[in-house]
Design a protein around this ligand. Sequence first.
Ligand code: G3H
Length: 218
Amino acid sequence: PRCIWLTRHGESTDNLIGKIGGDAPLSGRGKKYGDCLSRFIQHQRQENEKSRRVEAEAGMAISPLRERTVAVWTSMLTRTKETVEGFDPKEYDIKHIRFLNEIYAGICEGLSYSQIENEYPEEFEARRVNKLFYRYPGMGGESYLDVIQRLNPLIIEMERMTSDLLIVTHRVVLRILLGYLMDIDRSKMPEMDVHLHTLYCVEPKPHGTVVKKYRWDE
Ligand code: G3H
């Protein structure tokens, strides 16, 4: 694609109380971020359309004809789906994909980091020491490496896309996708700063990848 937009979901009610995992809805602020995101992407599309028209009118359509559609991918969780509620499904190709779900924290789902530290001090320490390899205990519990693995087919699909793409996902998945696109070593991925209400625009260029970062200014 010409441009890959990436963001975490808007703030959820669990973000407010510091709980990880689960399937919480958006907070009021989170909803506002979703609204702002859809308006911003719509604006970007209109700008692209304008420059395409100018090129065509001048007989200078040197860039290949761009597809007008923007694909929108979210995870299967409520907070990412709610973040894209403002996108018109007639204008955007919206898909919800399980591979984009957040790391599954097994027995730690629904707990805060301080609760994990109190209830499972050994687990907390083991993760602190090696976050990349650490797999949460319990059925379906995952490690960063497991998430990297499950994202592989999606990365292939992402590279093949010809339309622009917006991905709305979660902290761990965003670290991995951004890390991949920016060629960051996987050992550094678990510590990458990826804040809420921040939109990344990644453009693959012949001289390297250009990354722009937009912070929502409430
Ligand atoms: O629910 C999961 C958190 O967003 C993961 O963040 O890998 O830094 O603990 P973490």
